[in-house]
Write a new protein. Structure first.
Length: 158
C-alpha cells in the first residue's frame, strides 16, 4: 500500500494576516532577496534572486490548534519564516515534498498538540513520514530545518 503525504504550506488566509502583522505582533518588513535561496513557506520553494520577500514570526502549532481545538500549552512556539511579500500562486507541485535536499527533523504531535517525538531524516522522506503516521497518536508532523530548527511545513494525518 502506498501512502501519500501532502505538505501543507501556510494557508492563504493566514498569509494575509502575517503580511499585515506577524504572530509576534510586528508589521511585515519586505525586502528584495538579492541572493535567492530562502525557503518560502507560502509556496514551498526557494526564493529566486530579486524576489520581494519578508521574514515574519509564525506560530505553526498555535495556528493548527486554533483550527482543530487542540491545546498545545508549552509546545506553542513561534519562529521565523520567509514568505513572498505579496500573494503568490502557491506550490508549483502541491503533492511534492519540498526541502528534502538536506537533513531535516520530523517532529510529531498528538491531536491535543503535545509533542510525541522527533526524528532526524536525511533520505527517504516518504518512508519516514509513513513511519511517523504509523503511530495512531500522531495527528500532525512538522518538517523542520536542522541548522536553526525553523518550521518548514506540516503534514497532516490523511
Amino acid at each position: 500500500m502506498t501512502t501519500t503525504h501532502t505538505p501543507h504550506p501556510i494557508p492563504s488566509q493566514v498569509l494575509k494576516e502575517l503580511r499585515t502583522t506577524d504572530d509576534a505582533g510586528r508589521p511585515m518588513t519586505p525586502f528584495t532577496d538579492e541572493e535567492g535561496g530562502a525557503p518560502l513557506r507560502c509556496c514551498l520553494r526557494r526564493s529566486e534572486p530579486g524576489e520581494r520577500i519578508t521574514l515574519v514570526s509564525y506560530a505553526p502549532l498555535r495556528r493548527w490548534a486554533a483550527e482543530t481545538g487542540a491545546a498545545p500549552g508549552a509546545y506553542d512556539e513561534q519562529g521565523p519564516v520567509f514568505l513572498h511579500a505579496d500573494p503568490c500562486p502557491g506550490p508549483p507541485d502541491p503533492a511534492a515534498l519540498p526541502f528534502t535536499d538536506a537533513h531535516r527533523v520530523l517532529r510529531r504531535y498528538s491531536a491535543d498538540g503535545h509533542i510525541l517525538g522527533g526524528r532526524l531524516v536525511d533520505t527517504d522522506f516518504p518512508s519516514a513520514l509513513t513511519e511517523a503516521f504509523a503511530d495512531p497518536e500522531v495527528a500532525v508532523v512538522h518538517v523542520r530545518a536542522v541548522e536553526y530548527g525553523c518550521f518548514l511545513y506540516e503534514v497532516r494525518r490523511a
